[in-house]
Ligand binder design. Structure first.
Ligand SMILES: [Zn+2]
Length: 88
């Protein structure tokens, strides 16, 4: 379980990791690399292979359901976050 408090005061608690406020970002080049590797290895490319590589580069993202701020982990596994509010 992880939780993160937004600047607006709303606290997001992730219990199942299927909450609607949870996202991830990953560099596009990493996705392309994964797709190329999958294409080359076909059935020898497993979901473990996918996540071993993917998890090295993913950054956690929270989208606050109360104010709409997007909160992005500063770098993979940093567990430190930057907050971005929508410009009006
Ligand atoms: Zn908020």
């Amino acid at each position: 379980m992880s939780k993160l408090a937004c600047k607006c005061g709303h606290v997001m608690v992730a219990r199942t990791m299927e909450e609607d406020f949870l996202y991830e970002i990953i560099p596009q080049k990493v996705i392309i690399q994964l797709l190329n590797e999958w294409d080359e290895k076909d059935t020898a490319f497993t979901s473990d292979d996918f996540f071993d590589y993917y998890n090295q580069f993913r950054q956690d993202v929270y989208k606050c359901p109360s104010c709409g701020r997007v909160i992005i982990e500063n770098e993979p596994r940093a567990n430190k976050f930057s907050f971005y509010a929508k410009e009006l």
